[in-house]
Design a protein around this ligand. Sequence first.
Ligand SMILES: C[S@@+](CC[C@H](N)C(=O)[O-])C[C@H]1O[C@@H](n2cnc3c(N)ncnc32)[C@H](O)[C@@H]1O
Length: 259
Amino acid sequence: MTVYLVGAGPGTADLLTMRAARLLATADVVIFDRLVGDEITDMIAPWAQRFDVGKDPNGRSVSQVAINDLLVTCGQLDQTVVRLKGGDPYVFGRGGEEAIALQAHGIDVEVVPGISSAIAGPASAGIPVTHRGVAPGFTVLTGFQASAAKARIDWDAAAKLGTTLVILMGAASATTIRHSLLAGGAPPDTPVAVVSYATTERQTVTRIELEDLGSAPIVNPAVIVVGPAASLDLARFRSSERDSAAPILSPIGPKDTTA
Ligand SMILES: C[S@@+](CC[C@H](N)C(=O)[O-])C[C@H]1O[C@@H](n2cnc3c(N)ncnc32)[C@H](O)[C@@H]1O
């Protein structure tokens, strides 16, 4: 008995991994959540049982306990079960909790990594999260923390890291994030990019400075990118705009299949 914890990527179907697509086409049961769009759920085999645990028929979300119970029940069947989650299952996806719940019931878990919005969000806005001389690393943080959270973020430390900060689930607390980073010593003019619906047709990118973060509502889902790299916009390059037609590297030609 194996349950596949599968990352669906940031939204658009052609950013699914090939393994994820193969599992969707063959699974008997697929349990998916809110950030997985129709383009991807349409790839589920027609005979498969589908569970949308993002919301119930009344528009309420399903509790994590109920999801874990459903996973365990399905995982005990002699069927291929896919738990499909937005982005990567282990980046703020509660995939770890689901894996622990399954393993506690003797059910094997196989993880299929997905492209996280933490990477795809900045990249689709033309922001390299690391960049020589600009950003020596990147730090992925949640902007949402339950007041009882055991591991709390030290925003003072985050403000001083010198890495690009990539903040998920921060739309509702953007003002608090701004205050926390400014209090930690981040310059008010630190570049910020807000990328909503990254990689999808609805993608928008808003570039502001830290002192303005939270002054306008942010469309969810959104990734907030903070740091000098956020001022870069390398998505706009078009080869037709290049000065020289000379290739940077010579092609090595097609693979020889005659041998
Ligand atoms: C519960 S977390 C899940 C993250 C997911 N596991 C991942 O790796 O991308 C949900 C948050 O991910 C971010 N997110 C997910 N998909 C996004 C997208 N297409 N564009 C922008 N942000 C996205 C938002 O910050 C959203 O609030």
